[in-house]
Design a protein around this ligand. Structure first.
Ligand SMILES: [Zn+2]
Length: 214
């Protein structure tokens, strides 16, 4: 799984020009058909919005492993867009809402929301650790954007993600535009909200091969 731009033309151009490389061996990726289609719910408030996606697949010209190229708006193994999950995490952290209230607000099953919140809680300490390290690496002189002290582990994780998004924004000159969820999804190759990442399958955060602004 590799996180890529949400613009399919950007992805095709990057694939065609050798702009994407294998996370395992760094060799060039070449087009390799498409992954299975999936339906993703996007609505946060208002009527249901479901969009169909058919992610591009690429194959490594070196180790020959195939990779699914997942749009930065999507979270690995989830039927809802990353922004929807992010909104529920924010409600939980900022307003103390539980999974029942968030489920009613979003029009999603309580069990689905509980799964998102539990996955985020389980990975909270890794998020704090991993994203604080990325802030140190990417913006060592920007003391003002270090994660702010927080009351809970969940709040600390969200704060670390905000700080990393702000660091990326400064690096690319798009202050205030990089959303924490896009930065987090890109840095974890879509695993931010999944047990795949929590399980430690990925020991180091991936560099974001994605245009984050816009
Ligand atoms: Zn490879």
């Amino acid at each position: 799984m590799i996180t890529v731009s949400d613009d399919p033309i950007d992805v095709e151009m990057a694939l065609g020009s050798g702009g994407l490389s294998c996370p395992r061996c760094s060799a060039r990726l070449v087009p390799w058909g498409s992954a299975r289609p999936r339906l993703i719910r996007h609505d946060i408030e208002g009527p249901r919005v479901v969009r169909a996606y058919r992610p591009r697949r690429a194959r490594c010209s070196g180790c020959r492993v195939t990779h699914v190229l997942l749009d930065v708006r999507l979270a690995s193994r989830r039927a809802d867009a990353a922004e929807v999950i992010a909104a529920s995490v924010e409600r939980k952290v900022a307003l103390g809402w539980g999974h029942r209230r968030i489920g009613a607000w979003l029009g999603r099953p309580e069990t689905t929301v509980r799964g998102w919140l539990r996955a985020f809680a389980r990975s909270a300490s890794r998020i704090v650790e991993g994203f604080t390290a990325l802030v140190v690496r990417d913006a060592p002189d920007a003391v003002t954007i270090w994660p702010r002290p927080s009351g809970s582990l969940l709040a600390a994780a969200l704060s670390a993600l905000h700080a990393y998004a702000e660091a990326l924004g400064r690096r690319f000159g798009v202050i205030g535009i990089v959303a924490w969820v896009r930065a987090g999804i890109a840095a974890t190759d879509a695993g931010l909200f999944s047990s795949r990442w929590v399980a430690g399958a990925q020991h180091e955060l991936a560099l974001p091969p994605v245009r984050l602004a816009g």
